[in-house]
Design a protein around this ligand. Structure first.
Ligand SMILES: Cc1cc2nc3c(=O)[nH]c(=O)nc-3n(C[C@H](O)[C@H](O)[C@H](O)COP(=O)(O)OP(=O)(O)OC[C@H]3O[C@@H](n4cnc5c(N)ncnc54)[C@H](O)[C@@H]3O)c2cc1C
Length: 327
């Protein structure tokens, strides 16, 4: 029997814990889908040491837990989550990283004159990274303007926007291995062999991303004025496509480029746009979006996912693979 009360007491009273911890926390309002019941415990540390001590305690007490960033790619369950939600939302900052301070075991890298490294804590909203780039005349992240969620979530998912993957920008990252109760911090230079379309080295293992360092370019003169303009244009395009009209978790299915047609088009060609189950609907304006039109439940979303998978399989012989994650 899990002893959540003693866990909460331990964390709350620990001198070195910085952050927030609450019990029976409603999850729906914390996710972009606005779906889900309560989490037994919700912890949001503000620094690396607080994550470390929280994870250590979770492991020592063998408590079920789940890591959450901006919860913009997640479907929280209709029943209470009987575990700890470990949120990075308070672990947020973006800063210029001095190139001379790179870990000594990294191979030397031939930086160009205007190359700039920016380090973000994993809970930094992507919007904050984009703003930071605009303020500091840094180009490279414009395509990610308007992407909901955090830097850590984007790295985990290898988020892809307007033909650019977040891995295209990453220089190095740090992570905690939470299969090890001592939870050491690792640092790795990006190795593109570990990354692919919507694939990252953080999936299917026990890695908590702590920081991500991006390699960006400083622009000068007229060129730097374009950074804000381009960022605005990408955000506007999302608005025009209806991304923020209703609560959702973005694209539901991955695209399979080998198959030759985006998943949304396949769903559209099955005549499924506008199909509704309970309070969830396949968006009339985007075949690959499921939207929460009226108090949707996770079960409604799941039923629509299965409907789309079944119909697309029947018509095209193709198995749609989900991108959204059900807890
Ligand atoms: C309107 C809308 C538009 C969207 N458009 C796009 C788009 O254009 N392209 C795209 O790729 N996605 C898109 N998405 C989906 C989503 O925003 C991205 O996948 C986003 O990068 C997820 O980040 P997050 O912080 O919200 O992650 P979450 O949803 O909180 O988590 C996603 C996964 O990452 C893991 N995770 C989160 N943080 C960490 C961490 N620090 N360490 C280890 N694991 C972690 C979680 O455990 C979970 O498995 C869209 C979503 C919405 C709502």
């Amino acid at each position: 029997m899990e002893d959540f009360s003693s866990f909460v007491e331990y964390i709350k009273n620990h001198d070195n814990f910085k952050g927030t911890i609450t019990e029976n926390e409603p999850l729906a309002q914390k996710s972009t889908f606005k779906i889900g019941a309560n989490a037994r415990v919700f912890v949001a540390p503000t620094d690396y040491y607080s994550f470390q001590l929280t994870l250590r305690r979770i492991l020592a007490q063998k408590l079920p837990f789940f890591i959450v960033g901006g919860a913009s790619n997640l479907v929280f369950p209709d029943e209470d989550f009987k575990g700890v939600i470990l949120s990075s939302r308070n672990f947020s900052d973006a800063m210029i990283f001095p190139k001379g301070d790179l870990p000594e075991d990294f191979e030397p890298y031939d930086f160009q004159k205007d190359d700039v490294l920016v380090t973000c804590f994993s809970g930094t909203p992507m919007a904050q990274l984009v703003d930071f780039c605009i303020k500091n005349d840094l180009s490279g992240a414009e395509e990610f303007a308007g992407l909901p969620g955090t830097v850590g979530g984007a790295a985990f998912m290898n988020a892809r926007c307007f033909e650019k993957s977040i891995s295209d920008l990453i220089f190095y990252y740090t992570w905690m291995d939470y299969s090890d109760p001592d939870i050491p911090l690792h640092h790795d230079r990006i190795n593109l062999q570990d990354w692919d379309y919507k694939k990252s080295p953080f999936q299917n293992n026990k890695r908590f991303v702590t920081t991500v360092t991006f390699l960006l370019k400083r622009l000068h003169g007229d060129a730097k004025m374009q950074i804000a303009k381009r960022s605005r244009r990408y955000t506007l395009e999302r608005l025009e496509k209806g991304h923020f009209k209703y609560p959702s978790a973005g694209s539901v299915f991955k695209n399979n480029h080998d198959f030759g047609a985006p998943s949304g088009k396949l769903i559209d060609e099955c005549g499924l746009k506008g199909s509704q189950i309970g309070g969830a609907q396949i968006a009339p304006f985007h075949g690959n979006f499921i939207i929460n039109v009226e108090n949707a439940r996770a079960a409604d979303v799941k039923a629509l996912v299965e409907l789309a998978q079944e119909k697309v399989k029947e018509k095209f012989g193709f198995q749609l693979e989900t991108e959204i994650i059900f807890l």
